[in-house]
Design a binder for this molecule. Sequence first.
Ligand code: NI
Length: 135
Amino acid sequence: MKVKVSRKAHFNAAHRLYRKDWDDAKNNLVFGKCNNPNYHGHNYELVVSVTGEIDPETGFVIDMKILKDLIKSEIEDALDHKNLNVEVPEFKTLNPTAENIVIVIYNKLLPHIDSNKELEVVLYETPRNFVTYNG
Ligand code: NI
């Protein structure tokens, strides 16, 4: 029997969506307000889920404390209160869209999850806009 275990987390971060190889008109057309040259912030909400068999000894799929600490060390410490474009190496050359951020988060967490378990990350950029990645 497989069970999906989920933990919510959150971080605040600033970003700007644009392409250097496009002029201002095209960047504004495609990225709108998210192309503000002075950056802008989002309150990102995160749901990290791990699916797997229940360990018969502990009754856990994954210890929630371990998952909590993992999200703190790998995601919150790396992204919270950061300017994603300027301060986070993964976005030096990658547009920090919700789609790209969720993949970066997934890739940071995956090496720490047992290979017999499945990882899924849901990232809310606003309460109404969210993206999902599970590899
Ligand atoms: Ni934005």
